[in-house]
Each structure stands twice: as C-alpha cells, then as structure tokens.
Design a protein around this ligand. Sequence first.
Ligand code: NAP
Length: 525
Amino acid sequence: MTELLPNHVHGSRVTGTGPGTLLTDPVTGAELVRVSSAGLDLPRAFAHAREQGGAALRALTFGQRAEKLAAVAKLLQANREAYHAIALANSGTTAADTAVDVDGGIYTLGQYARWGAKLGDAQALLDGGAVPMSKDGLFQSQHLLVPTRGVALFINAFNFPSWGLWEKAAPALLAGVPVIVKPATATAWLTQRMVTDVVDSGLLPEGALSVICGSSAGLLDQLQPFDVLSFTGSAGTAEVIRSHPVVVKNAVRLNIEADSLNAAVLMPDASAEAVALFVREVVREMTVKSGQKCTAIRRALVPQALYETVGAAIAAKLAGITVGNPRDASVRMGALVNREQFDGVLGGIEQLAALPHMRLMFDGRRQPLVDADPAVAACLGPTLLGCDDPDGTAAVHRIEVFGPVATLMPYRDIAHARALVARGEGSLVCSLYGDTTPEGSAALAATATDLAACHGRVHIVSPSVGSTQTGHGNVMPQSLHGGPGRAGGGEELGGLRALGFYLRRSAIQADGAVLAGLGAVALGV
Ligand code: NAP
C-alpha cells in the first residue's frame, strides 16, 4: 500500500481516515502516494490558524516577517532537487517546465522578502496621506491598512502546486495573515512536501501555515467574516464557490483566478522579425507545461494576408516538438496531469474541430511518443486549429481546452482584431507583436490602452525586447496577475499591491496630532 500523506493542521501532523485518493505518475501510471482529508477536525484547524498563527504573525513587524520569508525561500532552495523529483513523478513535467513551478515559486517568495524588508518595523501601513476635513485643517482623515484578523484559505489548481502556493502565501504571510492551503488533489504531493519542510523547520510561527490534502468537503463552512478565500481553478468551480452560503452570509473576501481565452495579436504591417517572434511565442505557449497554463495563448490572431503562411510556420515548428517521457533528455514536452485531463483535452479538440469554419492546421494527436506507452501515458502532441471565420464561430472565444491547443484566426484590420480579442469576455493576458518605429509604437500603445479594459496584463513584444521580454504566459511578481470577467475578476501579485487583499483599510479621523502617532509607513507598491 502506498504512503498516506499527513495533513498539517492545528500544529500537528494528522493523517486522514479511509484509503484516501491515489496520486499516480501520468507517464508510467505508477502508484505514488495517497491523500485524505477525511475525519479532520476542521473547526479546530481553522481556529488554531486564526488564533495562534494570526496572533504570532501580527506580533511581528513587516520587516521581521520579510526575514522569515527570506529564510523559507532559502530552505526551499536547499531542497529544490527533491521538489523537482516529485514534480517529475507526479506532474510528468520536463525539468524546464518544473522550473516554472518550483523555481518560479521560490523566486516569487524571495522577491516579496526583498520588498517586505523595505517596510521595516511598521505594523500598519498608510494608504495615501492625511486629508483635511475641517475648515481649519486640523481634523483629518488618514487611511490605514492593518492585517485582517482571520485566516487565508487557498484552494488551488493542479497545474502549479508550488508557484500557486507561494505566489499567494508570500503576500499573505508578509501581511501577517496565516495560511491554510488546499492543493488540487491530483498534484497535492509537492505542496504537501513543501509545507512539511517549512513546518518542520520551525521558521514560521506555529499555525502560520497549514495544508489540507484531498477533498474540499466542509472547508468553506469554516469561513468567518474576517477570513479571506483565494481560489484558482475552473470557472465552473468558481461559480460554486462564489455562491456558497457561508461565503455569501459572512461576506467573505474572495479572490478568483479562473480560466481564460488569452489572445496573441500579430499587428498589421509587422516586420519579418516581429512575425518570427510571434510564431516562436505561440509555439512556446502551446507547449510549456503541455499548455496547462491559465495564461497560455488559446487564440492567435493574424492579418488575413498572413493567415496561411503563419499557420504553416507554427505547424512546422510544432512538428519538431518531441513529446513523451520527460526522463528522456530528447523530450521537449512532457505529460498532461493525468488520463482524465488527457481525455478532457481530446474531447476539447474534437469539440473545437467540429465547430463551423474550423480546420486542423497541425494535428498533435498523431505525434509519436518517446519512451511512453500511448495506452497509459497522458502525453499528447500540440494541436493547432484554424478558424477561417472567427466572427461566425462564437464558441472558439468561449471553449478553453486546458492543454497544448490553440486556434489561429485571421482579422481584417486592427479594429476587427480588438473586437475579436474582447470576445474572450475578460482574460488574464493579451500579447501584441509589432515594431518600435514611431508609427508602430503608437499603434501598439493605442491597442494596449484599448485592450487594458478587458485584461489584467497586456504584454508587448517587439524586436527591441525580443530576447529580454519575460514571456506572454510567465507571471512575474512585479506585474498584476488576474483578469476581469470570465478570468474571475481577481487580482494577485503586482508587487506590494498584493498585500491589499490581506489587509483591512480603515479611515482614521482625528486631530492631525493623533494621526502623526499612528507609526505606520506608506505602502509603496
Ligand atoms: P478545478 O477543477 O476547478 O479545481 C480547482 C480546485 O478547486 C481544486 O483544488 C479542487 O479540488 C477544488 N474544488 C473542486 N470542487 C470544489 C468545490 N465544490 N468546493 C471547493 N473546492 C473545490 O480546476 P483544476 O482542474 O484544478 O485547474 C484547471 C483550471 O484552472 C483551468 O480552467 C485553468 O484555466 C484554471 N487556472 C487558472 C489560473 C489563474 O491564475 N487564473 C491558474 C491556474 C489554473 P480537487 O482537486 O480535490 O477536486
């Protein structure tokens, strides 16, 4: 029988009851570990985090908490190889793809440690300056930010078991708020192992970090008015969470990161160099983590005249991607997370291909696998579809196939391209590919400003930054992550802006002499 991983709650390691859920290797089908949250004393787990963990974190200054984050980042860095091994076994990712998750998470944590150190010994933050409210100017209003007196519950998606934890935990812990994470079951092992290492190290106060693996049953029932809930996952689950009676009744602050039909747009009159950058980025986004990235390019838009040639260029590059067992050094693209996801992606490709005006430009389903049994492995080559009439194919702007799948579509002019992009009804990111000639820069800036209304991030690639740009789908802690509408309406990261979710804003109205004694520092973002 495989090991049943313990949860970390109320300062103890607690193994769930029953057989638990089995986690497997998506390439070989090997049985790995099991997880279970059955039988946990959830009221005790939440109370302990809220009372012990919260009080201990709030007793520290921002600077002291930042030091703890730095120490945690160092610890994780020291154990990096073990995390890469777990990701290889449980997520079936290549070393480069694992790095996005594991090393990306550690980098984000380190970044918040550096930003937090600048907040020094403050225990509260100033939001803007004091504003006079009386004729003599003496009576003023000052907005103050203080840690919420609750727990932060994270319900995370399967694709980033490391980064998904740390990109949320870094700002939460820095803000002084304890964390309970419930990773997606399929890949819970890596999150569980990282939390175990941190808890065992004693670097964080007891109760500051807990992990519950397995079913989410009963978790939302524990939420109280000062708790916050950060969810990452599908739009369908997001809908269930938003309307949960306890979330509604207690007005629990909610952040939702859901799915997204992100677009990439090749600008009209783009240079050959910009076209090449577009082709490279579309291929990269389709294949990194087998396309299991919420930010991946799902819709690629090109001027009508370039539709066939760009389609052929992308297809030619996709044909060179080796797919299969990431343990083989020649493999560029590893597995999907499991056979269930594999079947879902196959179903999604069939659904898209059956839509009117659609055709297959490159069919990854025929790609041979390297060192993997097609009957067992969740490995699938990348597939590019073409949509000849994106105006007449509404569903291509709605169906997210969470795998190595994208659709190329032609547009008439830039106004048409903007209108098509907006049909995603709110996305995490849109990227534009053009040139920094005076006319090119003006067109890029105007298009970005227009698209900003429906995107959390607009990423502009030109030959001038071709080798230094951070990538369409890479979420950097310096920039906002999240998007309006269909993308969930959430906001994460963006430097110290991320702390806002975990802090309560209160207007303190008083004689300026009182306000001068608040002892808070400005939240520089
Ligand atoms: P999912 O099926 O919605 O699951 C997400 C999380 O919710 C998992 O931890 C899951 O637990 C939990 N969950 C499921 N039903 C629940 C319920 N009724 N109450 C409370 N929690 C519940 O999503 P996924 O398949 O893991 O992830 C893929 C999706 O996430 C894609 O659509 C992708 O676009 C999106 N995503 C978005 C972002 C972003 O930042 N915007 C990032 C990554 C992924 P179990 O695993 O135990 O079922």
